[in-house]
Design a protein around this ligand. Structure first.
Ligand SMILES: Cc1cc2nc3c(=O)[nH]c(=O)nc-3n(C[C@H](O)[C@H](O)[C@H](O)COP(=O)(O)OP(=O)(O)OC[C@H]3O[C@@H](n4cnc5c(N)ncnc54)[C@H](O)[C@@H]3O)c2cc1C
Ligand code: SF4
Length: 327
C-alpha cells in the first residue's frame, strides 16, 4: 500500500500536476472532504492543500460582473458589500446554510463540490451507487424523505445539498476551470450532470481540473432577487425545498424571470418551465401558482417525499411574492 501523501501547492500548475498524478484531492476549507474521509466515504491517496494559491479575492470584472475566487470564503462572499447590494440572493443563500464557523472555512469551490447528505452515501455499511458504482441504491426503498423528486434515476435519488449553488444557478454564474489541457469556462447549468446510470459522476470536472473562480454576470437593472429556504428547523439544517428567484417587472408585467430550486433536485435545479410561465405574464398569485406547478410537472416522488411536490410549489410562490413585494 502506498503511503498517504500530503502536499501544499504554491502555484496552480503544481496543484494540477499533483492531482493529475494520482487519486488525490484538493483541500480547501476541508469542512466536507475531511468529514467524508473520517466516515471512510472518500479515500484519497493524497491531499493537495490549495490554500496558499492566490484565489481568495472577490473582484469586479470589466463588464460590471463580479469574480469570486475559488478560495473566497463563504462568509466573505455573503458579507461583501457588492454581493449584498447587487446579488442579495447569493448572500441570503449562503447565510441560510451551516454555521458562522463553517462559513468562515468553507470556500466557493468547495461548496460547489460538497457531496450529498443522503444517509446511505455517508454510511459504508449500506450499498450506494454513488459511493460504489453498481452496488445498488439503498434509498429508493429506504429512508428517502429528504431526497430528490426532480432529475432522479432508478440508480440514485440524492439531492445536491448546497444553498450557494441554487443562488448561483438563478444568477447564471460561470465556473472557471484550469486543467492539464488548459482553461475553460462552464456555465453552471452545464457543470452538474444528472445521475442517470452513473451517479458517481457528478460534474464535468476531469482528473486534475482545478476550479479557479466563479463569475457572476453584471446585475440587471431593476431586477429583484430572493432566496427562501424551507427546512425542519431554523438553523444548522439542509433544505427540504428552497427557491432562488430573480424577477424583473415593468408596471404589473413580468419582463424577466430566473427560478432555481434546492432540496428537490439531483442537481441545483433551474426551472426554465417556471421562467417561461412567468415572463410576459401579470404579477399575481395565479401566475405564481401556475409557474410553481410547471416547475414540478415532471416530479417523480418516492415513498416518503411526495410532500415535497407541494412544499416546493409553496416555496416558489412565496419567494416570487417576496420578490415582487406583493405579499
Ligand atoms: C454541520 C454542517 C452543516 C452544513 N450545513 C450546510 C447548509 O445548510 N447548506 C449548505 O449549502 N452547506 C452546508 N454545509 C456544507 C458546507 O457548505 C460545505 O462543507 C462547504 O461549503 C465545503 O467547502 P470547503 O471549502 O470546506 O470544501 P472542502 O471540504 O475543502 O472540499 C470539498 C470538495 O471540493 C474539492 N475542491 C475544493 N476546492 C476545489 C477547487 N478549487 N477545485 C477543484 N476541487 C476543489 C475538494 O477536493 C473536495 O472534493 C454544512 C456542513 C457541515 C459540516
Ligand atoms: S440515493 Fe444516491 S447517494 Fe443515496 S443511496 Fe441511492 S445511490 Fe447512494
Amino acid at each position: 500500500m502506498q503511503p498517504f501523501q500530503f502536499s501544499q501547492a504554491t502555484t496552480v500548475d503544481t496543484a494540477i500536476k499533483a492531482q493529475t498524478a494520482g487519486q488525490g484531492r484538493f483541500l480547501a476549507g476541508g469542512t466536507n472532504l475531511i468529514d467524508m474521509m473520517k466516515l471512510d466515504v472518500e479515500r484519497p491517496s493524497s491531499l493537495i492543500d490549495i490554500n496558499d494559491l492566490k484565489l481568495s479575492a472577490i473582484t469586479p470584472t470589466p463588464d460590471g460582473g463580479l469574480l469570486l475566487g475559488a478560495l473566497s470564503r463563504n462568509s466573505d462572499v455573503a458579507h461583501h458589500p457588492t454581493v449584498q447590494r447587487d446579488y442579495p440572493v447569493l448572500s441570503q443563500a449562503i447565510l441560510s446554510g451551516a454555521s458562522p464557523q463553517l462559513r468562515n472555512m468553507a470556500s466557493t469551490a468547495g461548496n460547489l463540490l460538497q457531496r450529498t447528505r443522503c444517509v446511505y452515501f455517508r454510511d459504508t455499511a449500506f450499498p450506494c451507487n454513488k459511493r460504489e458504482h453498481g452496488s445498488g441504491c439503498s434509498a429508493i426503498d429506504g429512508f428517502n424523505r429528504s431526497l430528490a423528486i426532480l432529475g432522479t434515476s432508478k440508480d440514485c435519488i440524492a439531492t445536491n445539498p448546497s444553498d450557494q449553488n441554487v443562488a448561483l444557478t438563478a444568477l447564471e454564474a460561470t465556473i472557471h476551470i484550469q486543467g492539464s489541457s488548459g482553461k475553460r469556462d462552464v456555465p453552471i447549468h452545464n457543470f452538474y450532470v444528472l445521475p442517470g446510470s452513473a451517479p458517481h459522476i457528478e460534474t464535468v470536472l476531469q482528473p486534475g481540473d482545478l476550479i479557479t473562480g466563479v463569475t457572476l454576470p453584471p446585475p440587471r437593472v431593476g431586477v429583484r432577487s430572493v432566496y427562501l429556504k424551507l427546512r425542519d428547523r431554523e438553523a444548522y439544517e439542509f433544505a427540504l425545498a428552497s427557491a432562488a428567484v430573480q424577477l424583473g417587472t415593468e408596471g404589473n408585467r413580468i419582463t424577466f424571470a430566473r427560478v432555481a430550486l434546492g432540496g428537490v433536485g439531483t442537481r441545483p435545479w433551474r426551472s426554465v418551465e417556471a421562467e417561461r410561465a412567468l415572463e410576459g405574464r401579470t404579477v399575481d398569485l395565479a401566475t405564481f401558482r401556475h409557474a410553481a406547478a410547471e416547475a414540478v410537472r415532471d416530479a417523480h416522488p418516492q415513498s416518503e417525499n411526495a410532500f415535497k411536490v407541494d412544499l416546493a410549489q409553496r416555496c416558489i410562490v412565496r419567494a416570487l411574492t417576496l420578490a415582487t413585494n406583493s405579499a
